[in-house]
Design a protein around this ligand. Structure first.
Ligand code: SF4
Length: 421
C-alpha cells in the first residue's frame, strides 16, 4: 500500500467531515501560511515541490502563479477547475466525494499565493451532488473562520463561489472557462494576453485543476522534500489519482505515486483483465490521448516518461480495451463525442470532425473504401492547425488507430463490415 495523501480520509459512501479533516491536521497549513509566509514564499515552496498541473498539461503550478505580475491589477481571481467531461475521467468527482476540505484549503492557500480575493470552483453540471457538497462544506469552513472576511484574524479575506458549468466539454478549457464564467459564449481565446495577466473581467486570473490544488496544503504541512519523495520520478512530485475504466476486474480511482508503471496500475490495482479477456490496448490519459500498445505497458505514468515514448499522461484516466473490442467502433464513438462538443469557432475542427466521423462510420458499417485511409490521415493533420487543443486531442485516438491498428481498419474494409460483430 502506497502512502495516501489526497485519499487518506476516503471512506465508503460518505465524505470526510470538517472535524475529521481538522483532526488530521487540516487547515493548519492555511493558518501557518497566513501567519508566517509572504505570497512569494508559498510559490517558492510549491515550486520546490515540483507540483505539476493534474488537469492534463503537467505545467508547473508555481510557475503559473508566478506569472501573475507583481504590479498586476486587483481584484485577482483563482479558478479551481472541476469541469471533467472527458470520457473515462472521473477523478475529480471521487476526490470531492472523499475529502472536500483538502480542495477548499488548497483553494484558500493558492488564492493567498496570488493575492486573490475571490475564488470560483467550476463544476461540471452533471456533478450536482459534488457542487452541493462543496457549497455545504465551504459554508462550514466559513463558519469555522477558514474562509470569508479576515481569515483566522490574518487580515486576508477570501470569498469562494461554486459555479455550475453550462455543460459543454469546451467549458473546461482554461480560456473558454473564463468566457463561460463571465456569461459569454464559451469560445477559447488564444494568448497572449495570458489569463494570469488579463483573465476574468480583464484582471489576473489563475486556473488550476482541483487535484492540483488539493495537494497544496500537504506540501505546506510536510515540506517539498517529503512531496518529492512520494514520487517515483524526478521533476514531478507527489502522488497521482488514476481513474481506470474498461475491461478490468476492479475499475475505479487509485492514488499512486507519480511515475508508477502502467502495468502495475492495470494488473495489480485495477485487478487485471476481466476473466477470459486479453489486453489489446488502452488510452492512457483520457479520450484525447493515443492508443498505447502492450509493448509499452512498463512505461512509467508521469508527464515526462510518457512524453519520451510519444504518449501523454493527460488526466491519468486509463481506458482499457480487450482483444474482442472493435477499435474502429470505439474511435467512432470518441469522434462523435468530440464532434458534438466542438465549439464551432474554427474550420478544421467544425468541419473536419463531422467528416472524420462520417468516414469512420462508413468503415464500421460496411461502406468503407481503401482511399478513406489517406483521407482520414490528411484530415487529422489539418486538425492540428485548429485554434485550441480540442481538435488535436480528437485527432490523437484516430491517428494512433491508423498507426497501430491499420490491419483492423483494413479488415473492416475488406470484409465490408465489422469483424467483431
Ligand atoms: S478547435 Fe474546436 S473547440 Fe477549439 S476553438 Fe476550434 S472549433 Fe472550437
Amino acid at each position: 500500500m502506497y502512502p495516501q495523501v489526497l485519499f487518506r480520509n476516503r471512506k465508503a459512501k460518505r465524505i470526510a467531515t470538517l472535524d475529521e479533516y481538522c483532526g488530521g491536521g487540516g487547515y493548519q497549513a492555511l493558518g501557518d501560511v497566513l501567519a508566517k509566509y509572504a505570497p512569494k514564499e508559498v510559490c517558492a515552496l510549491v515550486e520546490k515541490a515540483n507540483l505539476r498541473g493534474r488537469g492534463g498539461a503537467g505545467f508547473p503550478a508555481a510557475k503559473k502563479w508566478e506569472a501573475v505580475p507583481e504590479d498586476g491589477a486587483f481584484p485577482r481571481y483563482l479558478v479551481a477547475n472541476s469541469d471533467e467531461m472527458e470520457p473515462g475521467t472521473f477523478k475529480d468527482r471521487v476526490l470531492i466525494h472523499a475529502d472536500p476540505h483538502t480542495i477548499i484549503e488548497g483553494v484558500a492557500i493558492a488564492a493567498y499565493a496570488i493575492s486573490a480575493s475571490k475564488a470560483f470552483i467550476f463544476v461540471r453540471p452533471d456533478y450536482e451532488s459534488s457542487a452541493w457538497i462543496l457549497e455545504n462544506e465551504i459554508e462550514k469552513a466559513k463558519q469555522a473562520g477558514y474562509l470569508g472576511k479576515n481569515i483566522l484574524g490574518s487580515g486576508y479575506s477570501l470569498e469562494v463561489i461554486v459555479h455550475r458549468s453550462g455543460g459543454r466539454y469546451i467549458c473546461g478549457e482554461g480560456t473558454a472557462l473564463l468566457n463561460a464564467l463571465m456569461g459569454k459564449r464559451a469560445n477559447p481565446k488564444k494568448p497572449p494576453p495570458y489569463p494570469t495577466v488579463e483573465g476574468l473581467w480583464g484582471r489576473p486570473t489563475v486556473v488550476n485543476n482541483i487535484e492540483t490544488l488539493a495537494n497544496v496544503p500537504h506540501i505546506v504541512r510536510n515540506g517539498p522534500e517529503w512531496f518529492n519523495e512520494l514520487s517515483m520520478v524526478e521533476k514531478s512530485g507527489g502522488t497521482k489519482i488514476f481513474s481506470v475504466s474498461g475491461r478490468v476486474k476492479n475499475p475505479g480511482c487509485f492514488e499512486l505515486p507519480m511515475g508508477v508503471p502502467l502495468r502495475e496500475i492495470i494488473e495489480e490495482h485495477a485487478g487485471g483483465m476481466l476473466p477470459g479477456l486479453e489486453f489489446k490496448t488502452c488510452l492512457p490519459g483520457g479520450a484525447s490521448t493515443r492508443f498505447l500498445t502492450p509493448d509499452l505497458l512498463d512505461v512509467r505514468m508521469d508527464f515526462d516518461s510518457m512524453a519520451e515514448v510519444g504518449h501523454r499522461m493527460g488526466t491519468g484516466a486509463i481506458i482499457v480495451f480487450d482483444r474482442k473490442t472493435c477499435l474502429v467502433g470505439a474511435t467512432l464513438n470518441l469522434t462523435q463525442f468530440f464532434m458534438r462538443e466542438s465549439c464551432g469557432w474554427c474550420t478544421p475542427c467544425r468541419e473536419g470532425l463531422p467528416y472524420l466521423k462520417d468516414l469512420l462510420w462508413r468503415i464500421e458499417n460496411g461502406e468503407g473504401k481503401e482511399e478513406y485511409i489517406p483521407m482520414i490521415q490528411s484530415m487529422c493533420k489539418h486538425l492540428w492547425n485548429s485554434y485550441c487543443a480540442l481538435a488535436p486531442g480528437a485527432a490523437s485516438p484516430i491517428e494512433s488507430l491508423l498507426t497501430f491498428f491499420e490491419d483492423e481498419v483494413r479488415e473492416h474494409i475488406v470484409q465490408k463490415g465489422c469483424p467483431f460483430k
